[in-house]
Design a binder for this molecule. Structure first.
Ligand SMILES: NC(=O)c1ccc[n+]([C@@H]2O[C@H](COP(=O)([O-])OP(=O)(O)OC[C@H]3O[C@@H](n4cnc5c(N)ncnc54)[C@H](O)[C@@H]3O)[C@@H](O)[C@H]2O)c1
Length: 365
């Protein structure tokens, strides 16, 4: 507990660029005071109309009460707007407002807003500070932490981007109350990923608390968001720029990104694609003799109990395969997979036999 608020705090350990993650309920009204500790200059709140309607007034009021001059830029809601065009419009707005290098961007929204706003902050005048206020479960457990920011290119997801760490992350669990069911469940896909790849205790906890999780029980969510951020902070602290270890967080993503692309970035939420991708990764691990079938079954069952998809649509397996070659996690048509070797452990496999990969994909269709 801190400052009389029901709050937990973690630090992402990056020497002079370390920053806190604050997790709890009723935190939005404190964002002004905390942001004022970073700057006394202008603030550009970046959000989308859906989120801004719900939480914009509360955030802007808090910032203004802390004596900050507040402006806003809204981008349309949707993954298809996580692009260069919208980023340049935000940059244009920042230029119109004469934001300077002491100004701070506040990203209020899910992963789409956070990725784009962070990227705009990274490129504006060679980089200004930004604060993440993630409002989806996916953003609270994953995208708001670790400094990967960027936008999509027509040729592929997240193809344009930077590493730019936020100065502060504020995860207010109350914001999760208003999430559409499908968006909430999508966030659970990334939560399960941490359990499968890294932390058996977290996986067990998820198995034991599915009922409370589906009811969005606050104590449960506090535990989950804290544990996921703890794991991510530990990994990012060791490998900020994904030279090695951080790739573990891509479990399910190589397959998942291909499925997202085949679905035109509309048909599958990110966390849904990760869930299907994790199942395919487990099947591939089985084909390679790296995981016991009963462990794969446990992963599949937990995902199903959390209402996540475990079966892909009937895409052509060859198309799923070639979609992965275009992914930036594949270099020079080499494919690297993060595969589970049990619950809470993983290994990296380079260029497995194509027939085995296709077999794993077919099993999930
Ligand atoms: N940077 C990273 O490390 C990283 C990691 C994982 C995912 N991502 C990215 O995150 C994005 C997905 O993020 P997402 O799942 O948060 O999607 P999102 O940002 O599109 O949000 C999902 C929907 O929920 C709405 N919403 C947001 N907060 C709300 C709230 N509190 N109440 C009601 N509605 C709300 C949004 O307007 C949107 O319609 C993808 O672009 C993915 O690539 C980035």
């Amino acid at each position: 507990m801190s400052e009389g608020i029901a709050m937990q705090e973690l630090t992402v350990p990056l020497k002079d660029r370390s920053y806190p993650i604050r997790i709890g309920t009723d935190l939005l009204s404190h964002c002004g005071r905390w942001t004022a500790q970073i700057t006394s200059s202008r603030i550009l709140v970046i959000s989308n109309p859906t989120v801004f309607k719900l939480y914009g007034a509360m955030v802007e009021k808090s910032l203004q009460e802390a004596g900050l001059e507040v402006h806003r830029a809204l981008i349309p809601d949707g993954e298809e707007y996580k692009n260069m065009e919208e980023t340049l419009q935000v940059v244009d707005r920042a230029l119109q407002l004469h934001l300077d290098r002491n100004s701070v961007v506040v990203a209020l929204g899910g992963g789409v807003v956070g990725d784009l706003a962070g990227f705009a902050a990274a490129i504006y005048q060679r980089g200004i500070s930004f604060v993440q206020i993630p409002t989806t479960l996916l953003a609270q457990v994953d995208s708001s932490v670790g400094g990967k920011v960027g936008v999509n290119h027509p040729r592929g997801k997240n193809m344009i981007g930077a590493f730019h760490q936020p100065r502060l992350v504020i995860a207010d669990l109350n914001t999760l109350d208003t999430l559409e069911e499908r968006d909430y469940v999508s966030g659970l896909g990334e939560v399960v990923k941490y359990g499968v790849a890294w932390d058996k205790d977290l996986f067990n906890y998820l198995e034991e608390h599915t009922g409370q999780i589906m009811q969005r029980d606050k104590a449960c969510l506090q535990h989950i968001v804290y544990e996921c951020c703890r794991i991510k902070s530990e990994i990012v602290g060791q490998d900020e720029q994904e030279k090695g270890l951080r790739a573990v967080l891509n479990l399910g993503h190589t397959f998942g990104h291909s499925l997202e692309k085949l679905g035109g970035y509309r048909d599958h939420r990110h966390g849904e694609a990760v869930a299907m991708g994790m199942v395919i990764a487990a099947y591939l691990a089985e084909e390679l003799g790296l995981i016991q079938p009963q462990e794969t079954l446990r992963i599949r069952c937990l995902l199903q109990r959390l209402d996540l998809p475990v079966q892909s649509p009937e895409y052509d397996p060859e198309a799923v395969y070639s979609g992965m070659l275009g992914d930036k996690k594949a270099s020079h048509d080499q494919l690297r997979f993060v595969l589970p070797t049990g619950i809470g452990s993983f290994t990296m496999v380079d260029n497995p036999d194509k027939d085995l990969v296709l077999k794993a994909i077919k099993r999930a269709i």
